[in-house]
Design a protein around this ligand. Structure first.
Ligand code: TPP
Ligand code: MG
Length: 385
């Protein structure tokens, strides 16, 4: 074992042969053909193509965001390449009224909700971006690991209390399961049967910490047992498996069939086993802690190639259809960048989002800034291109 414990990855996640794990729920083979006994979700052709389209848009967004960061046009960014299948597949299984909260890497959920133009300003440093996505039932992005989970459970509890037919879906990483907030949220959800889906994205790493150093449990899914509800493991790089598992869990969370007591909502933990192809963030160099060759077996499970393979094999798309979707993705992302870059930054914005009522010292700083803006003009405070 090296100093990170990298060769003792345990039975889930960072295994060097992802296909060796037979316990994972799967629908698609690596080439996209359905597994012999697989229950392919019963979806319209439009819905299957929409899932593929959202995967492609998410990948394109990711590529452009990394490139924008390299050009100094956005701040630090957390790439999601490799992990699109779970975020996109699971969000397609929800109703628009369902509430999504996420860590910082599940950009695919935002793409499915069609909120890219609203979302991108956040990465450019505008708080307006996080405000706007809240209107689409997506909680603002959360950097404080697992801190959003008690909030997600609180929202779910409120849905239940008010008799609203809504589910609260919280995305987080394997690293988040070591936080107290995760355990408190899981316990509360189990005791009070809140309609919460805990979506754990096990990408094998928490920055440089491998999962073998994160938990002594065999799987992350089994942690749900301690809190009295179901945990399930799914191939997170299989968009249709991610869809199917989420659909069923959301049904139970709504109090539908399959729960321990039909009619009562039950929470669930879904462990999406996947891998991030790239760096933790644009500030990270993964070669410092993992061998570049470790990524190769996972690239063979690329969710986009897999979904495309499925659509082609079942006659739902051809070369022309693929080209049209790729072109559309380029345009959607380019438009989102144009919209985001046209937001005029207001220097005083930095004072507006932490306090309802500014404390005297912060108010003094704000007044000083406003006086300087008045004197020198707002352009003096904007970045020179
Ligand atoms: C409470 C808290 N502690 C530490 C950090 C620093 N940090 C940022 S990302 C990260 C790793 C999280 O790993 P994981 O939950 O597996 O998510 P992933 O980045 O792999 O998607 C850590 C420790 C933080 N943001 N918040
Ligand atoms: Mg992780």
């Amino acid at each position: 074992m090296d100093e990170n414990g990298a060769d003792a990855a345990g039975s889930s996640g960072s295994s060097t042969d992802p296909l060796a794990d037979e316990d994972l729920y799967r629908v698609l083979e690596p080439d996209g053909s359905p597994l012999p006994d697989a229950a392919v979700p019963d979806l319209s052709d439009e819905r299957f193509r929409a899932i593929y389209r959202d995967l492609v848009v998410t990948r394109r967004f990711d590529e452009r965001a990394v490139s924008l960061q390299r050009q100094g046009r956005i701040g630090t960014y957390a790439p999601c390449a490799g992990q699109e299948g779970s975020a996109v597949g699971s969000t397609h299984a929800l109703a628009d009224r369902d509430l999504i909260s996420y860590q910082y890497r599940e950009h695919g959920a935002v793409v499915v909700r069609d909120l890219l133009s609203e979302y991108l300003p956040y990465w450019l440093g505008h708080e307006s971006g996080t405000e706007a996505i809240a209107d689409g039932n997506v909680f603002p992005l959360n950097i404080g690991i697992a801190a959003h989970l008690p909030h997600a459970v609180g929202a779910a509890w409120a849905f239940d209390y008010r008799d609203e037919d809504r589910v609260s879906v919280a995305h987080f990483g394997d690293g988040a399961t070591s936080e107290g907030d995760f355990h408190e949220a899981m316990n509360f959800a189990g005791v009070f049967d809140t309609p919460t889906l805990f979506c754990c994205h096990n990408n094998g790493w928490a920055i440089s910490i491998p999962e073998s150093r994160q938990t002594a449990s065999d799987t992350f899914a089994e942690k749900a047992t301690a809190y009295g509800f179901e945990g399930v493991r799914v191939d997170g790089m299989d968009p249709l498996a991610s869809y199917a598992v989420t659909k069923e869990a959301a049904e139970r969370a709504r109090g539908g069939s399959g729960g321990s007591a039909d009619g009562d909502p039950r929470p669930a933990l879904i462990e999406f086993v996947e891998y991030r192809f790239g760096a933790h963030t644009t500030a990270d160099d993964p070669t410092a802690y993992r061998d570049p060759g470790d990524v190769d077996p996972w690239r063979a499970l690329d969710p986009i190639d897999r979904m495309e393979g499925f659509l082609r094999e079942t006659g739902r798309i051809d070369d022309e259809g693929v080209a049209a979707i790729r072109e559309e993705a380029d345009e959607v992302v380019a438009d989102a960048i144009d919209v985001a870059e046209s937001v005029e930054p207001d220097p005083a914005d930095m004072f507006d989002h932490a306090y309802a009522d500014l404390p005297p010292e912060i108010r003094r700083q704000r007044d000083e800034l406003l006086a300087a803006v008045e004197k020198h003009g707002v352009e003096s405070f904007r970045r020179e291109e």
